[in-house]
Design a protein. Sequence first.
Length: 255
Amino acid sequence: MPDRALSFGAVAEAYERFRPEYPVELSDLVTAYAGRPLRTALEIGAGTGKATRLFARRGLRVTATEPDGAMLAQLRKHVPATVGTLRAALEELRPGERYGLVYAAAALHWTNPEGRWSRIAALLEPGGVFASFGGPFRPADPAVQEAVRAARAPFLESDEVPSPDGTPPDHRMQWPGTELQRSQWFTDTQQSTIERRLTMSARDYIGHLSTVSAYLVLPTAEREEVLSGIMRVIPHRIEMIADLTVHLARRRYED
């Protein structure tokens, strides 16, 4: 999905404004899983640094990588000076320093599946932790969900990214846990859910949708039409389901 993967830079400021922060429960979960102090971390596809800030506040020395220059410029405005930054995709990173934690915040699905796990494993210390997290962001009220779906339907069947390996949504283990379980590089794969409910204005919800790749790759006129149509059918305040599905795995110790 190269077009969708590289579509965010044009709306980097809106992305920073309208995407929600990550909860402290997330860093608690990762730290508890690690079972030992985490000191260094590498972030894949850091965007504007929403997750970067969470782990930097935890005291980790984070190196944030992001292939889009506009997104990286926003990140540099908002993260502590202790955060290192690098404009690069996962596929462009070369083995060198190894980290106690490598993580991706709603970004792993944009990476190249060929060689994905060997690349990530090469960046991790033996016994180090890999974490991936994200999830759908949708209205909690089924009636509002349906109104949004109907307004979107002439332009988009769905605005979500499908499972990269085709795992059905009702399967107990979701992607990337399915791939991690099969990978020779990782062990102790775990899947957890952090339940979140957020309330936002209709305009902020439309602002959020304006940063979603499915809308970004529409022709401008269609994008404006679908977002205006959704705006007309939603209430002034919306409760959102913003659950995070968290996958954790441990880099196998080398022989």
